[in-house]
Design a protein around this ligand. Sequence first.
Ligand code: NAP
Length: 248
Amino acid sequence: MEGIDLKGKTAIVTGASRGIGKAIALRLAELGANIVVNYRSTPVDDLIIEIEKMGVKAIAIKADVSKFDEAEKLIKETVETFGTLDILINNAGITKDALVMRMKEEDFDSVINVNLKGAFNTIRHASGIMFRKRTGRIINITSVVGITGNAGQINYSSAKAGLIGMTKSLAKELGSRGITVNAVAPGFIGTDMSDELSDKQKEAMIGSIPLKRVGSTEDVANLVAFLVSDMATYITGQVINVDGGMVM
Ligand code: NAP
C-alpha cells in the first residue's frame, strides 16, 4: 500500500490468531509496524515467524480480553517489550447465536463480555499511554449487524452497537490529544465465524450484497491499515462499513 509507512510503530491486534485479526496483523507488519499478536487459545507460533520474516518484531501475548486484569497484562507486557504503544485494534470477537426465547443468560453475558467489555478493558489500560504521547490510533471492529440488528443475535448486535457508541464517545474524549478512534464494520467476510452459517444462509446473504461476493479478510485489513496511517489523521468517530454495499 503505497504511501503508508508504519515503520517503528507498535500495534496490538486482539484476536489475531485467525481470520480478520490475523490478516490485520500481517498487513500492519508488511507496512513496517512491530506487532503484538494477542490470542486466547489457538497457537500463533507460525504466525510470529511469518511476521518476523517481514523484518519487524512480533510477540505473542495470550490474554482473554474479557478479563480486566488479563487486558491490563496485555498492555503492560507490550510496553515492557516495545517501550510504547501506537495502535490498538480491538478485533477479538465471538458469537453465540439463538433466538431471544432460547438464549441462555451465560451466552448473552459472554458475547457482551468479549465483544464490548473486551474493548473497554484494553482501551482503559492503553488510553493513558496514548494520552501522554499525544498521539494514537484505536480501531474497534464492530459489524453491520450493530447498525441493522439481526434476528438470532441480540447479544452480538447489542455488543456491536455498543462498540459504535463507545467509539464515538472515545473520539470526543480523546480527540484533543491527537488520538483518533474509529469503528470498522465488516459485512459478510469469509472466516471461521461466518463459516458457521448454513449454505442456504450464505446464499441468501450473498444475494443481498450488491458486489455479489463474500468479502476477504484482506478487504477489512486494507481499511484498517489506511485508518491507522498518516493518511487518515482527520478521520475520527466514524463507522466505516466493509460490506460490498450490503448496508447503505
Ligand atoms: P474468528 O475467525 O472466529 O476469530 C476470532 C478471533 O478472536 C480468534 O483469534 C480468537 O482467538 C479471538 N478471541 C475470541 N475470544 C477472545 C478473547 N476472549 N480474548 C482474546 N481473543 C479472543 O472471527 P473473525 O470472523 O475473524 O472476526 C473478527 C472480528 O470481526 C470479530 O470482532 C467479529 O465480530 C467481527 N466481524 C466478523 C464478520 C465476519 O463475517 N467474519 C463480520 C462482521 C464482524 P482464538 O483463536 O485463540 O480462539
